[in-house]
Design a protein around this ligand. Sequence first.
Ligand code: XIL
Length: 374
Amino acid sequence: MPETMPFPAFDDIPFPAFDDVPPLREAFAPHFPIGAVLSRQALQGRESIDADLAARHFSALTAENSMKPEALQPAEGQFTYDAADRLVEIAEACGAAPIGHTLVWHAQTPAWFFVDSDGSPVGRDVALGRLRAHIAAVVGRYRGRIGQWDVVNEAISDASGEWLRPSPWREAIGDDYIAEAFRAAHAADPDATLIYNDYNIELRGKRAKTLRLLRMLLDQQVPVHAVGIQGHWRMDTPDFAEVEEAILEFAALGLTVMITEMDIGVLPTQYQGGDVSVNEVMTREQQAVMDPYVDSLPEEVARQHAARCQRAFEMFLRHKHVIGRVSFWGTCDGSSWLNDFPVRGRTDYPLLFDRRRRPKPAFFAVQQAAQAAC
Ligand code: XIL
């Protein structure tokens, strides 16, 4: 098998055997780590496709859900680390960097953090104590093993005229919950790279608010080292010129830029971004339009998707001196969260591998981009 594989014809069946597809991580070794996420099912050994792909192709691995507060500390002081430990062990076994996601977020965080035993809201001191205790326990457990943490996730508001999101953490503690989270993470592991992670912050409106937050944290000497652009993108948005501008502006603050959750959905939606509370409804009548590729992805769409992935990576590679990692939010199309977001029960094709773990045109396009940048 040659090292550079030719772009196979779309209906070139059978596809190369799994072991003959050159590992993506090798193509990216001269540039930056290339990552993926593993679902809870994959971590429990119930999705071998994802685990196989992760081990062969990716050099950074994030837990899709298993390190979120609801997974790690469902009740106060009761920590459940099984799946999180598994992520770290799998990553270490295949020489990939385990990534921590995420410590402080408004979603997937149990209500107990914010109420006392009779259900009334706790004050600043109690909430801050719980925030610090959670971070100290979790970051401390993986100290020296997990080198990057998404410390605060999605703190910026989507609403125009509003800066920070009204999260329960902010209500209980105040705006400085963000700074306090970074300080606690740094105290628990002074060597870890600490990331502020959010969606749509590459877009001008939300970007200005993010720059304001990051500048404020840096002015206060808060240990924030990187900004994570989630990268939940579509075929038509965002404009990559806008993303490129964002990469440069974030880097100009002296921060590393991570692309933390990339996927490029091909299905129609009114929504752009990663707000997990969005739920678009699809009626039976709308199904043919809203979920058009139930059986397979037409070749033309697969090629357009590949071309868009290639343009994205050409852009990342132009700025590889400031890009710390590019991670996909999934491994193969079948396990992507976009099959259920923002509309439930669709068949999306946002990643580099198909539902049978075969490389798609997007895989070869991204691989070519990496090789051309050497
Ligand atoms: C998503 C997971 O993929 C889903 O399985 C879960 O139901 C909801 O969360 N931004 C983030 C991720 O930071 O944690 C989200 O992951 C996707 C949006």
